[in-house]
Design a protein around this ligand. Structure first.
Ligand code: 5AD
Ligand code: SF4
Length: 459
């Protein structure tokens, strides 16, 4: 570490892939001598790691840049320079347009170029408006610094796959993140071992299409996600594995089988279906029908009966009629979700759906979203209530809002609050669920799977 005395602040928008990328960028910046700042007001470099998936997400970047402009000017009066970088999917999608619309920006850097951040910053300190939105041949992971042991969190994200070849007609991901790429097995295992060594006991494997993973193993074969999960489960201190996000078409038999056989793989699956009508699914180019989805769910539940399902749903895709939307509601009723994300369709530049006829009016989309979200909230609340009185192992991750309170997650990914001593952070503890809210659970500590004395230590 060179110790330049400079400080960085990274603000992350959007998905978990961005959270992972921000962490890797922070590590790269720390290697280049930047310490982390607590707020943008005291940072010499501010990075916005942005999301382009819906218009609202992309527009947030510009309002944030407005605020940063004021900070930059105030600091300049005190003789301090503030560099502002836009990273992530808005950088990739809009490139030079960002500089035209927001001259406050010094650097635009796409998701495949983070390993060049230090060089780019040096250039941006003398040149106006530096841009790097290439898709380089050699992968960025190879060139990013090794993940540091400074990381101490009990849970960690690990990107194993990036990009998408599915080309759903509403989605910008194939354009902003490029074609599908799977990291080699060895690289993932090394990163997992280092994370485990630094104290992580839960790994969430990430990819825009994570279950399409087919990275090369040392044996020369392409490993499936199922095989990778089984191998990662062999790391003794890794107690829990998760993965997200999956496409129904890539949910192979071997992956379904792992859900029934590998106890470290948590009983939770995020499996977007987007719409309940076959006509809309076809127009979305989803490559699956409604029946294929429900049949898949049946097989997954056969392998792992208690699995909690989550999904993504879009309402108001171009041409969606009331009757077609009703099929989305029916499908939600039929499957039953523990959790879900739902969105109004948002036309994205350059996607096929953007120019489709019959765009649905905003007020119709808003009404549909309200109806859908009422149903999803009721399902989530019912699932949470069904957990009251049950006992689970919870991995405590961090402090809660109240003093003396810790927050962790059940195997089903529900947030759990419990009064517990700090020493339990990073530990897997058996709890009894004492209460349920719409978005989280309350629990009493019973004892630790690792140390039967904990209940006593806890008073
Ligand atoms: N409009 C609304 N929602 C979208 N998503 C992706 N693109 C759009 C869009 N143009 C949603 C999908 C996807 C999730 C990450 O975001 O449901 O699964
Ligand atoms: Fe977008 Fe569809 Fe690819 Fe998911 S599968 S990232 S929704 S194109």
């Amino acid at each position: 570490m060179t110790g330049t005395g400079k400080r960085h602040f990274i603000k992350t928008f959007g998905c978990q892939m961005n959270v992972y990328d921000s962490e890797r960028m922070a590590e790269a910046l720390e290697m280049a001598g930047y310490a982390a700042a607590d707020s943008p007001d005291v940072a010499d470099l501010v990075v916005l790691n942005t999301c382009h998936i819906r218009e609202k997400a992309a527009e947030k970047v510009y309002s944030e840049l407005g605020r940063l402009n004021q900070i930059k000017q105030a600091r300049a009066k005190g003789g301090l320079r503030t560099m502002i970088a836009v990273a992530g999917c808005v950088a990739q999608a809009e490139g030079r347009e960002i500089l035209a619309r927001a001259p406050v920006v010094d650097l635009v850097v796409g998701p495949q170029s983070y390993h060049r951040l230090d060089d780019l910053l040096r250039r941006a300190s003398t040149e106006r408006g530096v841009i790097d939105v290439d898709f380089p041949e050699d992968d960025k992971f190879k060139h990013l610094p090794v993940r540091g042991a400074a990381r101490r969190a009990p849970t960690a994200f690990l990107t194993v796959q990036e990009g998408c070849d599915k080309f759903c007609t509403f989605c910008v991901v194939p354009y902003t993140r490029g074609v599908e790429y799977s990291r080699p097995v060895r690289e993932i295992l090394e990163e997992a071992e280092r994370l485990a060594h630094a104290g992580a006991c839960e790994l969430t494997l990430l990819g825009q299409n994570v279950n399409a993973y087919h990275g090369q193993g040392d044996d020369g074969e392409a490993w499936s996600l199922a095989r990778l999960l089984r191998r990662l489960a062999e790391i003794p201190t890794i107690r829990r594995l998760r993965y997200t996000t999956s496409h129904p078409r890539d949910m192979g038999d071997d992956l379904i089988a792992v859900h029934g056989e590998e106890e470290k793989l948590m009983p939770y699956l995020h499996l977007p279906f987007q719409a309940g009508s076959d006509r809309i699914l076809g127009a979305m180019n989803r490559k699956h029908t409604r029946n294929e989805y429900t049949e898949l769910v049946r097989r997954i539940r056969e392998a792992r009966p208690d699995i909690a399902l989550s999904t993504d749903i879009i309402v108001g895709f171009p041409g969606e009629t009331d009757a077609e939307f009703a099929q989305t509601i029916e499908l939600v009723e039929e499957v039953g979700f523990a959790q879900a994300y739902s969105f109004k369709y948002s036309a994205r530049p350059g996607t096929p759906a953007e120019t489709m006829d019959d765009q649905v009016p905003e007020d119709v989309k808003a009404d549909r979203l309200r109806e859908l979200q009422a149903l999803l909230s009721a399902q989530q609340a019912a699932f949470n209530t069904s957990c009251v009185g049950r006992r689970f192992d919870v991995l405590f991750e961090r402090h809660g809002r109240r003093p003396g309170q810790l927050v962790g997650r059940t195997p089903y990914l529900q947030a759990v609050h419990a009064d517990a001593p700090d020493a339990l952070i990073g530990r897997m503890i058996e709890v009894e669920i004492s209460g349920a809210g719409p978005n989280s659970l309350e629990a009493d500590i019973l004892r630790s799977a690792e140390s039967p004395d904990l209940a006593r230590a806890n008073g």
